[in-house]
Design a protein around this ligand. Sequence first.
Ligand SMILES: [Cu+2]
Length: 445
Amino acid sequence: MNPPSISRRAFLQGSALAVTASAASRAGAAGLPEAPLQQSPLTQPPLSPANGRPYQPVVTLNGWTLPWRMKNGVKEFHLVAEPVVREIAPGMKANLWGYNGQSPGPTIEVVEGDRVRIFVTNKLPEATSVHWHGQRLPNGMDGVAGLTQPGIPPGQTFVYEFTARRAGTFMYHPHADEMVQMAMGMMGFWVTHPRDPKFMRVDRDFVFLMNAYDIEPGAAVPKVNTMLDFNLWTWNSRAFPGIDPLVVRQNDRVRIRIGNLTMTNHPIHLHGHEFNVTGTDGGWVPPAARWPEVAADIAVGQMRAIEFDATEEGDWALHCHKAHHTMNAMGHGVPTMIGVDQSAVAGKIARLIPDYMAMGDKGGAMGDMEMPLPENTLPMMGGRGPYGAIEMGGMFSTVKVRRNLARDDYRDPGWYRAPAGSVAREWRGEAPAAHAAPGGHHEHP
Ligand SMILES: [Cu+2]
């Protein structure tokens, strides 16, 4: 299974953006702005601002940016909280709650100083609210049900209005029945661009939220009472091989903004390059306070922006360094069998568990193993690369650095073709004679 490529057609069509007839007519009658819907789970091209102050748009990994309308100098958005079907990866769909057709909801992009009005329509079976995580705003706009506002009842529309005072990286999520609504996928990204588009300008600016689900193999609805033991570790509700690659042009300055709305921390590791953490929850990190890293731990409820110059051509892994976060749903409750001879017991177990296979005695590699899977689930580990199985799923993708890409070209360029002689290869020379380690064989008198 290869990650789905971003088709040129999807780009040219602006993909499956659609406005529902009912939303449009009701919007017209009530003066509500349109509520665009997204039907594709694939990465959509950046949305260049059609009006308002200029900025460099971001690219939402396996997601999209919400269009707005200008009304008397105010940027108006319309979010619809509703049940959605999200493809977690090809072969598995989940029944989640999200916004405007997808989970996570669309990214909201504004400019520092913008007056913003967001209409939120609740089509869920219970009350919700939207908290604008990290923003400076009037207390009554903070979206904490019971504390700063009543919950938005099913069927009703509430309005939030504030000025985006601080440039940076933000998120939105409900502060109503949090455990259920976040476990069901209610969340989205928010970027407030600097007033000066040249401030810390980058060539490619990717964003995604880390989220996690507990969906039993064969099921489609997350278990909402799970506290820690999730089995699907996702970026924007996609698990590798469903996570698109981050395509960049060689020598591009690249920013990746990551928010963590799971219930644990994730050390995000990039191969082949060093990066700086240039932004945190509180804003931009002054240059004198940055230091180089290759892994950044992102705690629960935090946002980080990392930046690097993509100088090295190739397909570079980008992943969470918790090994079980790069596995998919089948990876739970498997006993360690390394070194265990199962030949004697396999027959007995097979009488109790049909289809039982002795496995794991030489390690955990599932690489090319074909196992019968229940409907609607993902194999324990998942993608295929140019050299065979990539024994990872979950929070894994690649940064694909290529020469000579066009500025807005984010299409998957395929696998990297390494120059001849530059790939690790079998040693065919002579092996040295075995020696005992010095002092290794020692007997007490
Ligand atoms: Cu992780």
